[in-house]
Design a protein around this ligand. Structure first.
Ligand SMILES: C[S@@+](CC[C@H](N)C(=O)[O-])C[C@H]1O[C@@H](n2cnc3c(N)ncnc32)[C@H](O)[C@@H]1O
Length: 175
């Protein structure tokens, strides 16, 4: 009986931890779901991310986009994440896998970022967050900056191209 109670308590604790990890950040703009490998490849290809880019990943999760953009495409990348456990994972990955000189990790709210230096912005967020980001992008992104989004489009913007299969949208600021 005691063993059963212990198992039930452990299972309950694990379930609560999992729900926290995936859903707690929902109030800030999105829950947690890592972009699949082929989606990340499509995002990097569509935005033509390269060594001259400074890319922001808005809601970096555990780094599915951040580390591949830095390692495989040679970009400088800023990953911003609000949930502290994921920030710890990102910092460990940066420390032990790198590349440290091209990856920055910021713990904070993506809506308070200054976007003026970004040449590429990657997003995989909920529709409400996309709605909030649109005027920020319009006010701050430099001419020619690319926005590459997985799953949800930027409302009201005309994409330069779309991959329907992976649901990747590419936008470019005019000018
Ligand atoms: C759907 S996941 C995408 C993770 C990663 N970009 C990827 O593609 O694998 C969204 C992430 O955004 C984070 N997030 C949500 N709202 C945020 C906010 N306001 N500021 C920073 N990060 C946020 C969540 O904690 C979550 O890790």
């Amino acid at each position: 009986m005691n063993e059963l109670l212990l198992i039930a308590a452990l299972a309950g604790g694990l379930a609560v931890a999992l729900v926290y990890f995936v859903f707690a950040s929902f109030v800030f703009g999105a829950g947690y779901q890592p972009a699949p490998r082929r989606v990340v490849t499509m995002m990097l290809d569509k935005a033509a991310v390269g060594p001259s880019d400074y890319m922001f990943d808005l809601g970096a999760g555990t780094g599915a986009i951040v580390f591949r953009a830095a390692r495989e495409r040679g970009a400088r990348v800023l990953g911003v994440e609000v949930e502290p456990l994921r920030v710890a994972v990102l910092r460990l990955r940066r420390r032990f896998g790198g590349p440290k000189d091209r990856v920055q990790i910021a713990w904070g709210n993506l809506f308070t970022l200054d976007f003026r230096d970004a040449t590429v912005v990657a997003v995989f967020l909920w529709p409400g967050a996309m709605e909030k980001l649109r005027p920020i992008f319009e006010a701050q992104l430099r001419p020619g900056a690319r926005v590459v989004s997985h799953w949800h489009p930027v409302p009201g913007w005309e994409p330069e191209s779309v991959d329907r299969e992976t649901r990747v949208y590419l936008y470019r600021r005019p000018g």
